[in-house]
Design a protein around this ligand. Structure first.
Ligand code: AMP
Ligand code: TRP
Length: 357
């Protein structure tokens, strides 16, 4: 997947000047909230991350502190954190090129979040639409205070590392905006401290839809698993789901998101996995039937995902080694995070620790 036609994230020109040899920094994370990532996570996020790690100083993490803003089974959370990490690595995140860690292993996230909580307005936090949506789903009385302050913890995740860019889906734009507001506010109250980050928003062409309901985005919270392609599913299941994808009653293979959402989704998947432009695929399938496209796509996707699944399983078979890789990442992350936090603590007027800890 090297073709420029598969570029899936909009990167605004940044005004930040770099010293020779220095790279712009990007940071992102995906919650450990399922037993497998799905193809939307893979194409919409992971593929981009992998592409970015050469050009950028990249930091990727697993926001497990965010996961507990809604109830979690402890054993399941631990499992999902490892599974998520294994899929990042199996999908191409290279721990020698970038920094990969688990959020709860870097205590500075929670520490900075507290300081940021104290410069965020209650009304400002109340305007975060994801909170409103998630709280409504649970019943507002059930929603935790952690869920309410979720975006402020996210701002801490970001600001600790002084990144220039935060590659995320459109749904996270408001949270990146909040981080920018908090960075600017802190900087103007206490003096220049934080880099003000830019959102690198995922392009529409990187959005993957549910195979059974192709106007809804592919999501782990889908009503039925039949519309999902999971990275860790066995190839038979994946092939079956692709072959049963909902299409339309016409026969012509062409890209038309409005009139033909099912076929258009299959073409997007084909294009991003093969690296070929949609127009070429459409031309190649002129006069062929939907069934042909589905059979070929099933083979393309399963061939692509098989080595990723196998590598993830290998990593999961040796959890001690995986934990060691993550600990190494957490140590690297802490070097940056602790410097930022020390600066913040000094600026707000906390006494320096004078002991020998
Ligand atoms: P989620 O676990 O749903 O919060 O997704 C984590 C990230 O994966 C999002 O921020 C998006 O970048 C990406 N993502 C999730 N679902 C899709 C999808 N259906 N199509 C493309 N990208 C997606
Ligand atoms: N809230 C993000 C999501 O649900 C995950 C996340 C947490 C994140 N902290 C972050 C993403 C910092 C980017 C940067 O997708």
């Amino acid at each position: 997947m090297t073709s420029s036609t598969t570029e899936t994230v909009a990167v605004p020109a940044t005004s930040t000047k770099l010293a020779a040899g220095q790279k712009h920094r990007v940071l992102s994370g995906m919650q450990p909230s399922a037993d497998s990532l799905h193809l939307g996570n893979y194409i919409g996020a992971l593929v981009n991350w992998v592409r970015m790690q050469d050009e950028y100083d990249a930091i990727f993490f697993i926001p497990d502190l965010h996961a507990i803003t809604v109830p979690q089974d402890p054993a399941e959370l631990a499992h999902r954190t490892r599974v998520t990490a294994a899929q990042y690595i199996a999908g191409g995140v290279d721990v020698d090129k970038c920094t990969l860690f688990v959020q709860s292993q870097v205590p500075e996230h929670a520490q900075l979040a507290w300081v940021l909580n104290c410069i965020t307005g209650f009304g400002e936090a109340s305007r975060m639409t994801q909170f409103k949506d998630k709280a409504q789903k649970q019943g507002t009385d059930q929603a935790s205070v952690g869920l309410f302050t979720y975006p402020i913890l996210q701002a801490a995740d970001i600001l600790l590392y002084q990144p220039h860019g935060v590659p995320v889906g459109e749904d996270q734009r408001q949270h990146v905006e909040l981080s920018r507001d908090l960075a600017n506010r802190f900087n103007s109250r206490f003096g220049e401290t934080f880099q003000v980050p830019e959102a690198f928003i995922q392009k529409e062409s990187a959005k993957i839809y549910d195979l059974q309901n192709p106007t809804a985005k592919m999501s782990k919270s889908a009503e039925s698993p039949a519309g999902l392609i999971n990275l860790l599913d066995d190839p038979k299941t994946t092939a079956k789901r692709i072959k049963s994808a909902v299409t339309d009653t016409e026969t012509e293979i062409r890209f038309d998101r409005e009139a033909k959402p099912g076929i258009s989704n299959l073409l997007t998947i084909y294009s991003t996995i093969s690296g070929q432009p949609v127009e070429k695929i459409v031309a190649d399938y002129q006069g062929k039937m939907y069934g042909h496209l589905k059979v070929d796509l099933a083979e393309l996707v399963t061939n692509h995902l098989t080595p990723i699944r196998e590598r993830a399983q290998e990593l999961l078979a040796d959890p001690a080694e995986l934990d060691r890789l993550l600990a190494h990442g957490a140590d690297k992350a802490r070097e940056i995070a602790s410097a930022t936090l020390a600066d913040v603590y000094a600026k707000v007027g906390f006494l320096p620790y004078g002991g020998a800890r």
